[in-house]
Design a protein around this ligand. Structure first.
Ligand code: NAD
Length: 473
């Protein structure tokens, strides 16, 4: 039987006359219809959330944390069903789809033990100041398509544990798993506390201007992020922007190639490069460049090959939608048109019978001002450049759109740390590929974002910090 999907408003299932469907990126088959929320649906959801907010805001942190454990149990219980849905809508293998679910469970469990407590901020003989953290109101979570559940879930659990209500808008490319998960979670929270609406840019835009929404937590491209922020200014909403990155990965001359080649390959090609903190530009010291390139190409050809049949353990997959396929295809074609050295991959037509597949592609030494180096590719094509001078490689790494992550490989930890501290990126990974840690604050510098999420610090942006000043005399 075909699965059915609904907007969830005030704990009720709501269909819609207007629907859209998503294509399976592996096969281009049409998947299931998904109702598109109307403006009235959105108004109803805001009203339900505002009605639920005063009571939910008064719950204690442990009460909210108990609800997160229940949400984790629901994810666990329905993980097979949700994995199937995720595989279809994203084109991921079973292994990759299960990462979305296991990661979401881990986030629920992390915040079931981590919350914001009152803290003593200052004390002397005259006064004592206690900081307390009040929720904001109704949060709208506007989400991307690359890890649909995980990246929605972080916004949901951060909202809930801080006492906010949340309305989730998944990406219209991947709405199904998120909608099913919130449908399955009905009953865990009071009606109106957690809701979901399917829609595209129009609905997102409505969320950014509605006076009943207190905060927008947005993950997506830099261009959309700028529009969101401008729009939120009209009602002075709180805003968190988790935007694109163009991560530099610096390989030092003393790096242990046996150890690092699989890691660099995974940094660039895990989930076919569709990771916000994928390594997107590799800078290898010139003394080891040729050997590095040769070994990286072999590793990538061995581990990240196209598996049309949806091999369960593949870390590679198609581009998740036609729009992204066209973007990445355009970048590869630009490399070929300009005569850059494509050392593996590079085919953009008839790669497979059907689907949005592009082969893992490596380009040697494209110029710094090429499209591939300057723009975020968000797909399976990776430029490998060389460097010789530390100052120079730091300068080349620090692009305005490269503020999210970076990585450095070196056996000299002092050198690695020295470089890391000069990189203008919210996270720098040393001797490992960029992988967010739910206990660590995740944020972008420069064009890569505004504020951040995850870890205890991530909860501060879902709260007002209120100071209570007690006179002691
Ligand atoms: P996108 O900006 O196209 O869309 C993101 C969301 O915004 C979608 O839900 C979309 O419907 C909505 N939207 C579109 N226009 C809007 C508007 N005017 N107002 C409000 N909402 C609007 O991004 P995408 O293609 O879905 O995601 C891929 C991008 O996200 C990549 O650049 C990637 O690097 C980035 N990303 C960042 C992180 C991070 O944590 N920093 C994580 C994952 C992905």
């Amino acid at each position: 039987m075909q699965p059915q999907f609904y907007n969830i408003i005030n704990d009720e299932l709501r269909g819609s006359e207007k629907k859209h469907n998503v294509q399976d990126p592996r096969t281009e088959e049409d998947l299931w219809d998904c109702p598109i929320a109307t403006t009235q649906d959105f108004e109803d959801a805001v009203e339900a959330a505002q009605k639920a907010f005063p009571a939910w805001a008064r719950t204690t942190v442990p009460e909210r944390q108990a609800a997160l454990v229940k949400l984790a149990e629901i994810l666990e219980k329905h993980s097979d069903e949700l994995t199937e849905i995720l595989m279809k809508e994203t084109g991921k293998s079973q292994l990759m789809a299960s990462i979305d679910i296991k990661g979401s469970i881990a986030q629920c469990m992390y915040y079931s033990k981590t919350g914001l407590e009152d803290e003593l901020q200052y004390e002397d003989e005259n006064t004592k100041v206690i900081a307390t953290h009040a929720p904001l109101g109704v949060v709208a979570a506007i989400c991307p398509w690359n890890f649909p559940l995980l990246l929605s879930n972080i916004k949901v659990v951060s909202s809930l544990v801080t006492g906010n209500c949340v309305i989730v808008k998944p990406s219209p490319f991947t709405p199904h798993a998120v909608m099913k998960w919130i449908e399955l979670s009905r009953g865990v929270l009071p009606p109106g506390v957690m809701q979901v609406l399917n829609g595209g840019a129009d609905l997102g835009q409505l969320m950014t201007v509605h006076p009943g929404i207190a905060k927008i937590s947005f993950t997506g491209t830099i261009a959309t992020g700028k529009r969101v922020m401008a729009s939120c200014a009209k009602t002075l909403k709180k805003v968190t922007l988790e935007l694109a990155g163009n991560d530099a990965c610096i390989v030092c001359p003393d790096a242990d190639l046996d150890k690092i080649i699989p890691s660099v390959a995974s940094g660039g090609f895990f989930n076919a490069g569709q990771v916000c903190v994928a390594s997107k530009r590799i800078y290898v010291h010139e003394s080891i460049y040729d050997e590095f390139l040769d070994r990286l190409v072999k590793e990538v050809e061995r581990t990240y090959s196209i598996q049309e049949d949806g091999h369960a353990f593949s870390l590679f997959g198609p581009c998740s939608n036609k729009m992204q396929f066209d973007v990445v295809k355009g970048i590869i074609e630009d490399c070929k048109r300009n005569g850059y050295d494509v050392v593996t991959g590079g085919q953009t037509t008839q790669v497979t019978q059907k689907g949005f597949w592009l082969p893992p592609t490596i380009v040697s030494k494209p110029p710094e001002d090429s499209m591939l180096v300057r723009e975020e590719q968000f797909g399976p094509v990776l430029p490998i450049m060389s460097w010789s001078d530390e100052e120079d490689v730091i300068k080349r790494s620090n692009l305005a759109n490269a503020g999210l992550g970076a990585s450095i490989y070196s056996t000299d930890l002092k050198q690695a740390e020295r470089i890391a501290r000069r990189l203008e990126a919210g996270g720098v990974w040393i001797n490992q590929a960029e992988r967010p840690n739910m206990g660590a604050f995740f944020s972008g510098m420069k064009d890569s974002g505004f504020g951040g999420e995850m870890g205890k610090q991530g909860l501060l942006s879902y709260s007002y910090t209120q100071c209570l000043h007690f006179a002691k005399k």
